[in-house]
Design a protein around this ligand. Sequence first.
Ligand code: SF4
Ligand code: SF4
Length: 392
Amino acid sequence: MIFDVFNNYYQIKKFKSAQARLANRPAFNYLYPAIQMTNACNKQCKACLRSANSDIAKVEHDVFEKYLVDLRNLSESYHIEYQFVTGGEPTIWKSQGFDIVDVLASLFELNLIKTISMPSNGKVFEDINFAREFFTRLSSRINGTMIVGISIAEYQENLTNSGYIAMDNLIKLSKEPGMKFLPVILVTLSVDDDTDQRLSKIYPGVFQRVTPLAPLGDASDMKDIAPSLTLKGKNKDALGSFYPHYKADVMKKLKISGRDFDRMANSEIIDRMSLHTHCGMSPFVDDKWHYCLPYKDDPRFDLCGIGEMREGTIPDFLNDAGAINCFRAEGLITTLKDHKKNLTKDTREKLEDLFRSSSKVSIAYRGCMVCKAFYDIGVVEELLHEHSDCKR
Ligand code: SF4
Ligand code: SF4
């Protein structure tokens, strides 16, 4: 076990030093696109953020080839920091004689992306022979290290007292000669949840990315168990089990002490954290390019079709979206304070309700779900119509 810990530690260290070398480049804009290759899945979790299979859709291979052209065009003006290749369950994607290994290999072949990462529910990797064949084939075609995140959560129902077989398989395989992938654990925490602590005991030293359950998709009605904050006051109880993770993230991003975190008003934390959301830099792609995930069903937040991305597509979108520029430049709450007087009476009242101590907002995605809460009550709609003076 100790050997496993060191092995994973050195894998991460080696990966980070390769990343540091790539980071030594001139200042540029950064981009973190996520492409959903399919919304189909081989599981049916009750808290699926994507509403997997609700209406089966996938990016066909010829469309994916146009996406590669988009990335080449974007690379003229952006560093592509991360490429997320997601689903549904991305490992089950197949189209026109290609599978997800072909997709991942093509992304690596571009030589334009700093980190390529694929989340998976792990189901296909429960079979070690399949997993070995998958990663042997991938590793023979790529020139870097691929991050593979295995989702382990209460709602996934895949954690036993001894761990998860897919995670065991990936840790074992990643140490075999010639394998070029780094397995990490993706934990989604609800308010009363010790999955992260149980995993730390079972897999000490294996990197865990812990995120709060977001009330999106089929989990929209799970607001009560999603880590949240009131916008009024300083009480942080509604974070539940996610409290230490949120606190650590806020301390790091805002460069404040733990004591300051506990004393700081929740709305100020949310305001300052919203400046770290990669706002506008993390487009979501399914059948087209969307400005960001929480707004993907609103056509006004569509950037373009796949294959239509031009150097000016994102800046042009931002030039026309004054309110969004305010969020990016000044923070979510500051924007609301500055523009509240221009809202209609009805919307202003709904906003005031949201700021009562009886209301909570999800803090998932460093503030994007708060942004979504404002959107849901019509605030963003009205701000978009107003000609905001925050354009930067
Ligand atoms: S949460 Fe993930 S694994 Fe579960 S059904 Fe949705 S896409 Fe599939
Ligand atoms: S803060 Fe709002 S506009 Fe910015 S990325 Fe998040 S959801 Fe999108």
